[in-house]
Design a protein around this ligand. Structure first.
Ligand SMILES: Nc1ncnc2c1ncn2[C@@H]1O[C@H](COP(=O)(O)OP(=O)(O)OP(=O)(O)O)[C@@H](O)[C@H]1O
Length: 226
């Protein structure tokens, strides 16, 4: 998808979360890094239509979030920082089915697509489990299944490896690397975005570097002292 920000910014009263910025994103893997409070989540939420820009506009494939939200909503999926909060039904496969049912998909087609997406992420054995019985990594994959089952074109991840151990981090990292969908990944886990085609470094509500993953990390490390 072609994501265009035209002077788009986000403020909460006097507090500026994101200074107005203009840029175009078309890459398959886009990373977003920066210190706490630098505006990363605000940026991701604007693109996903979860927050309304307080200046300028945001166009996705030429459609303006302010005017064409109905057409855009189903095309973009957001995987939240705490996936446990995203899974609302008590059984995983029911939760994954929810998005399909709300779009009018019925009966055997729901079961087929739920089965396929659980298999896609290697969690078919978790179908009847409850969210509180899953590890952080399994929860992340279940949330990803629930979001991708409706086949969005763009996925936004907000700190997908936060609080995961090394093994689960590797699983989530490999899963994101293999996704056919375009993805924007907000992360403090620099290793996760190191190989990305494009990484944006945020600082105090502005993009201060925009380039290849490794270059962006080098820049960020000088800025943040890692
Ligand atoms: N709902 C809100 N009301 C007021 N201020 C907000 C709100 N959401 C975010 N902010 C402020 O906007 C700024 C950017 O926040 P944002 O969550 O985008 O940063 P971030 O880079 O994602 O941070 P973190 O790495 O800690 O998640 C911060 O100063 C934050 O306090």
């Amino acid at each position: 998808m072609r994501i265009q920000l035209e002077n788009a910014g986000l403020s909460f009263g006097e507090r500026v979360a994101l200074h107005p910025l203009s840029l175009e994103l078309t890459e398959h893997r886009i990373g977003v890094i920066g210190l706490n409070g630098s505006g990363k989540t605000s940026f991701a939420r604007l693109i996903a239509g979860l927050a309304k820009s307080t200046s300028g506009k945001i166009l996705i494939d030429g459609l303006d979030w302010a005017e064409d939200s109905d057409a855009l909503r189903g095309r973009i999926g957001f995987i939240f920082q705490n996936p446990g909060h995203q899974i609302i039904l008590p059984v995983i496969e029911d939760d994954v089915a929810l998005g399909l049912k709300s779009r009018g998909v019925k009966g055997p087609e729901v079961s087929r697509r739920v089965g396929a997406v659980l298999q896609r992420f290697g969690i078919e054995d978790l179908a009847r489990r409850r969210p509180h019985e899953l590890s952080g990594g399994q929860l992340q994959l279940a949330a990803l299944a629930a979001v991708t089952v409706t086949e969005p074109d763009l996925l936004l991840f907000d700190e997908p490896t936060n609080q995961l151990d090394l093994r689960n981090r590797a699983i989530v990292k490999d899963t994101i690397a293999d996704l056919a969908e375009q993805a924007i990944v907000v992360s403090h886990d620099l290793d996760l975005v190191a190989g990305f085609e494009r990484v944006l470094v945020f600082h105090e509500g502005r993009i201060v570097f925009d380039g290849w993953g490794h270059e962006a990390i080098r820049f960020y490390c000088e800025l943040a002292g890692c």
